[in-house]
Every structure is written in structure tokens, then in C-alpha cells.
Design a binder for this molecule. Structure first.
Ligand code: 7RM
Length: 644
């Protein structure tokens, strides 16, 4: 089937950074054939304290990734100070839109610089220095980016933990990287929830985190919370005692910038480590070219700062480019389904970047909500987090972009630091559902399961031969695990965990994960973690978790659970299972469906055949195929009969 094509409007291309497909192709070729020259030129957009010795030292066999070695710079200086020095101090850096309509704050670059310096000075006063790890557990409030950038200013490594994670998840993340400080807030507000216990969750986590010395608490709501004397201190009290200024620490290009935990198919979440020079260059360059960012644009990415999209495309990329970036505390449907569109109208947002899961939820509520808002400021729309399918792509195009705005469907991962496959909006014709072509410096390949490279039109496992300067450098504290996870299946290639198809035009269509990682409303969840949490429920013998297609979430979580001998699969047990997942992981990982069963489909050697469970969960029993290798083939029949 020939899919519909959408060409960049002429008025857009004429003014764009990259205006034609041949211009894209030319620069792409250069980036692959002569990467040193390409990246050395692009790196001029950053302000370096000391120039680099070597542009690139990358080897996917030995698994060594180094960019701009010998160079020195500071990320906070690049994102803020230098703009102020160039006379942009009065430009708005951050527009903060609170949960309640009418509640907002604008922070200029000048103000942001003062706040970062002051916060950094306060951290320094607590003994934080270059290389120390600082955990940040907050909702979307202005103090969160200030805290991140204060860490970057000092050379401390931040580890932001998404606010919905449980106390246990927070504890494990703090311990894995031995954080010295926790920065949190009293309570949070999001949609109808007016008292999300942040500090209280922190307190629970901190019962078992020997490395934490101090807790900094931002007063967001003024709720009464417990403060442990000697350990906990309110930010405003700390700032009252701290000097106003703090120099930016010169950092090596390969010094760590942050750790962000992400789920894989096995084991505990991995601490993805990103470094200073390459990461900042990749996020700044992609932010400029993929969103066709121009000075004075109002840019809004709706992601949460607890995920990589928030790090790279709310904070680091946009601020490095001196953009005005919107940060929204609330949810898309509060107080009603027009909120996103109201915010676009209110701030005259030009560039809007969101996730398919949000689009599906809003699309379902009808055209009246966007219809009542003035969306004429929009120039470009972006999508990230999961495959965007034709219906929501077309709705986005017609209803939100009013047929005028190119859509960039951007494929990337926590591990890649920034966008790797995406249209360039002035140059690349788009097809709904395809992320199209690789960004500069990125060489995607499709492999068959034996590791053979597929050419031309093909479907296979998406791997990378090269990934540009923003790619993760290691798993924090465990380089062996980094090699094992990403480079061992196919030596010499980085394996993404995704499957993809390449069409007759060389366009990539990401089909989703081929490993045991789920994508639920754009949240990445490992099935092994959910199974572990279910297994800790009293009365549960065994659990297997798979994904199933979900209208709103993209994927839902389907749990098959075997109760202990003599225990019945009751609604009480189901409740306890869900509670256990919330307690051990967080509310975003709660199973949508729980099916009790007396047995799971296993091979004679005892391996659970997830392929079969997936087909049952997807309600495609006819596609189950051969079950003769099962120890007890009869379980399949009862699983199908009792499907939820
Ligand atoms: C940025 C982010 C990564 C996984 C990735 C894919 C899926 C992300 C797209 C997509 C199809 C896209 N980081 N994914 N973007 N699939 N089209 N445009 O989401 O680490 O949280 O998730 O998300 O499966 O491997 S992440």
C-alpha cells in the first residue's frame, strides 16, 4: 500500500534551517564520511573553556565512546550565563504554567542565572563538589530545572527520579549511585490531586539510604510535613544563608552530567550515564534542526522532567539555544480537555512537542476542545515516545496544526540522549507513522536474528553502527552490563531493542520493542520488574507479564498469575497484587488486567513461553502456533477460555 505523503509547505521550507531533501542528504553524507570535520564545525556552537584534542574516539567492538576528549566546558554556563553575557538577559528562559489556570511565572535568563548560582552556592555550602551525585525527586516546578542546572554548574551529577515512583524505587536509585543529597518538595499538585506526598515518600526511602547526608525541601504547597532536624532543611532557609554567587566549574567533555534510570528486559533499572560535551552538542543541534528552532520562538515540550525527553528537550537542548521553554505542572485534562490548547493560545506557542498517548486521549474527547482555542501561533508539531499511528497523526495534522504545520515524529531512547531518526521539517516529506530518516551522524541498520545486515526494503532488528555524540557512555558503575545489554547480541553494533521496517524510500517505521520492555503511555516498564513486584504479594506463586494493545495507553499491562496451593484468585488478591506493584515500583506500572491461572505455559526445561501469553493477551488465539514443546499443552486452552 502506498502511504500518503505530506510535503513541507513552501513557506516553511523557504525559512527553514535545512530547506531541501538534497541539502539534508548532502550534509548527512558529510556527517558519515567525514564525521570529524562535521562535528568539529558543529561544536563551535558551544562555548569551550579549552578546545578538544580529539573529536571522536568511538569503538563499538571494545565499547569505548568518547567525544571531544581534552575539551573543557560547563553546561550551565552554556545554557544560561553566556546568553546573559550576549545581552539576552531579559529574554524569558522559562515560562512556568502551574496546575491551576492563572498560576504562572516567567523567569528571564538573568533571573535564571541568579537562581542557579544561588542554588549552586547553597549546594556547595553543604559540601557538594564535582563528581558527587545528587538525587532530585520533584514534580514539575521551576526549582527542578534550577536544581539540575545548579548541579551542572558545580559538576555534580544529578539523578532525577520521576515523581510517580514509589519510595522503594527511589531508595534503590539513591543507593545504586550513592547520592549524597536529596532535593524534594513538601507535597505536589497535579490535576485533581492536591497533596501528592513527595517529602513523605522521600522519608520512607531514606530509612535505608546510608549515603544521604542532607535533604533540601522546596516549599511548593506549604503542607505540614515532618522535618528531621540536622538532616532536612527548607530551600528558602538554606538560600538565606548562602552567598549569591558561585563560579561555574570547568568540566572535561567526558565528565558525567547526569544519570537517569531506565528499565530493560532483565534485572534492576540501569543508570544510564550521559556526559558533558557530546550530550549538550547533540541535544542543542537536534533541538535547532528537528524543531527548526528560531530565536524568539516559544517552545513547549509536554514531557515530564523525570524522563529523558524532559532533560534533553525541555532543559538542555532548548536552553543551550537560548530558547523560551514552557514547563507545565499539570495534566492534559485538568480542569478540562482544552488545557493544552489553552496554554498554546495563552503563550502563543510556536513549537509543540508531545506524545501519541496524550494525543489519543485528547482526540477521543472530540474536536470541540481544540476548536474553541486560537492555535494560529503553531508552526511545527512533534511526537515522541511510541509509534504514532495514522489516526492520531492525521488528527494532529488537521485539527491542531490546521494543515499548516509539519509533524516531526522523533525516534530515540534514554540511551541515545537525543533524537536519532526524524524528519527535518523543511526538508523531509513525511508519511504518517514513519519516523523517516536518520539524523546527522546516525547510521541505523536492520539485522536479521542471525546478525546479518539487511539491505533495501526490509524488516528487522534496529541496530546502530554509529549514533552521534549524545549517546550514553556506560551504565553507571557497571560497564560490563553496558556491553552485555547493548553490544553483545550483535558485536560491533548497538542494539536498540526495537524492531523496524525500512520502506522503498529508505524511511524507517518503528514497530516497537522486540524485548520484554513495555511502553505504557510512553512510560518504559520492564516486565521482569512488574513480575518481581507481583511475586512479592502474599498468596502469589508465580507471575508472567506481557503487553496488550490499549486504546489510550498504547500498551496495557496484562498479568498472568498463579496463586499458591490452596489460595483462590479472588478480587482481594487482585487488589493486593496491584497494591504491591504500586508499592514496589509506582502507580504508572499497575497492571490493567490480572488473570489467575493454575499454570503458565512452560517448556519442559521450565521456561515460560511469553509468545503464547502475548497472543492470548492480544486476543489472537489462532496465532498461537505450535504448542507441542510445552510441558503441559492443556494450560493453553484454559488460559484462552478464561481470558479477561
Ligand atoms: C525518548 C524516549 C524509548 C523507546 C524506544 C521505542 C519507543 C520512542 C518513538 C518510539 C516509535 C517513536 N525514551 N519510542 N520514540 N517508538 N516511534 N517516535 O521515549 O527510553 O523512554 O523509550 O520508546 O520503543 O526504544 S525511552
Amino acid at each position: 500500500m502506498q502511504s500518503q505523503r505530506f510535503y513541507p509547505p513552501a513557506h516553511f521550507s523557504n525559512a527553514a534551517h535545512i530547506k531541501t531533501l538534497s541539502e539534508y542528504t548532502e550534509r548527512y553524507q558529510e556527517s558519515i564520511q567525514n564525521p570529524d570535520a562535521f562535528w568539529a564545525r558543529e561544536a563551535q556552537r558551544l562555548t569551550w573553556i579549552r578546545p578538544w584534542d580529539t573529536v571522536r574516539d568511538v569503538d563499538f567492538h571494545d565499547v569505548r565512546i568518547r567525544w571531544f576528549a581534552g575539551g573543557q566546558l560547563n553546561v550551565a554556563y552554556n545554557c544560561v550565563d553566556r546568553h546573559v553575557q550576549r545581552g539576552l538577559g531579559q529574554r524569558t528562559a522559562i515560562i512556568w504554567e502551574g496546575n491551576e489556570p492563572g498560576q504562572s511565572r516567567k523567569i528571564s535568563y538573568q533571573e535564571l542565572q541568579s537562581q542557579i548560582e544561588h542554588f549552586a552556592a547553597a549546594l556547595r555550602g553543604l559540601g557538594v563538589k564535582k563528581g558527587d551525585r545528587v538525587c532530585i525527586f520533584m514534580q514539575m516546578i521551576p526549582e527542578l530545572p534550577v536544581a539540575m542546572l545548579a548541579c551542572a554548574r558545580l559538576g555534580a551529577v544529578h539523578s532525577v527520579v520521576f515523581g510517580a515512583f514509589s519510595a522503594e524505587s527511589l531508595r534503590d536509585r539513591i543507593n545504586d549511585s550513592c547520592c549524597k543529597i536529596l532535593i524534594t518538595q513538601d507535597t505536589g499538585v497535579r490535576g485533581n490531586k492536591q497533596d501528592i506526598p513527595m517529602k513523605a515518600k522521600g522519608d520512607l526511602a531514606l530509612r535505608e539510604t546510608p549515603s544521604i547526608e542532607k535533604v533540601i525541601v522546596v516549599k511548593r504547597t506549604g503542607a505540614t510535613i515532618a522535618m528531621q532536624s540536622g538532616r532536612d532543611i527548607y530551600l528558602h532557609d538554606l538560600l538565606a544563608e548562602a552567598p549569591p554567587s558561585c563560579p561555574a566549574e570547568p568540566m572535561d567533555a567526558e565528565d558525567p552530567l547526569f544519570i537517569l534510570y531506565t528499565s530493560g528486559s532483565t534485572g534492576k533499572p540501569k543508570g544510564v550515564l550521559h556526559t558533558t560535551g557530546g550530550y549538550l552538542l547533540h541535544t542543542a543541534l537536534t533541538h535547532e534542526l528537528v524543531f527548526d528552532y528560531r530565536p524568539e520562538d516559544i517552545y513547549w515540550c509536554t514531557a515530564d522532567l523525570g524522563w529523558v525527553t524532559g532533560h534533553s528537550y525541555i532543559i538542555y537542548g532548548p536552553l543551550c539555544n537560548a530558547a523560551t521553554t514552557v514547563i507545565y505542572e499539570g495534566v492534559p485534562n485538568y480542569p478540562d480537555f482544552s488545557r493544552f490548547w489553552q496554554i498554546i493560545e495563552k503563550y502563543k506557542v510556536n513549537l509543540f512537542y508531545t506524545a501519541p498517548t496524550a494525543l489519543r486521549a485528547l482526540m477521543r474527547e472530540g474536536d470541540g476542545w481544540p476548536g474553541q482555542c486560537d492555535l494560529s501561533s503553531l508552526r511545527l508539531l512533534g511526537s515522541v515516545g511510541e509509534p504514532i499511528k495514522a489516526p492520531e497523526w492525521l488528527w494532529y495534522h488537521h485539527m491542531i496544526g490546521q494543515g499548516r504545520c509539519p509533524i516531526v515524529d522523533t525516534w530515540w531512547q534514554t540511551e541515545t540522549g537525543g533524537i536519532l531518526i526524524s524528519p527535518l521539517p523543511g526538508a523531509t516529506p513525511t508519511k504518517p507513522g514513519s519516523a523517516t530518516l536518520p539524523f546527522f551522524g546516525v547510521e541505523p541498520v536492520l539485522l536479521d536474528p542471525s546478525g546479518k545486515e539487511l539491505h533495501g526494503e526490509a524488516s528487522g532488528l534496529l541496530c546502530l553502527k554509529s549514533a552521534g555524540p549524545g549517546q550514553m557512555r556506560t551504565v553507571y558503575g557497571d560497564h560490563e552490563r553496558f556491553k552485555q545489554t547493548y553490544f553483545s547480541q550483535f558485536p560491533g553494533y548497538y542494539f536498540t531493542g526495537d524492531g523496524a521496517r525500512r520502506d522503498e524510500d529508505g524511511y524507517y517505521w518503528i514497530t516497537g520493542r522486540v524485548d520484554d520492555v513495555l511502553n505504557v503511555s510512553g512510560h518504559r516498564i520492564g516486565t521482569a520488574e512488574v513480575e518481581g513486584a507481583i511475586g512479592m504479594t502474599a498468596g502469589v506463586a508465580e507471575a508472567a507479564v506481557v503487553g496488550f494493545p490499549h486504546d489510550l495507553k498504547g500498551q496495557g499491562i496484562y498479568a498472568f498469575v498463579t496463586p499458591m496451593q490452596g489460595i483462590h484468585g479472588s478480587t482481594d488478591l487482585e487488589k493486593a497484587i496491584k497494591e504491591s506493584v504500586r508499592q514496589h515500583i509506582g502507580s504508572h506500572a499497575t497492571p490493567d488486567k490480572v488473570q489467575f491461572t493454575h499454570g503458565l505455559p512452560k517448556t519442559r526445561s521450565g521456561k515460560i513461553m511469553r509468545r503464547i501469553l502475548r497472543k492470548i493477551a492480544e486476543n489472537e488465539p489462532d496465532a498461537i502456533g505450535d504448542i507441542s514443546t510445552l510441558a503441559d499443552p492443556s494450560v493453553v486452552e484454559s488460559l484462552i477460555a478464561e481470558r479477561k
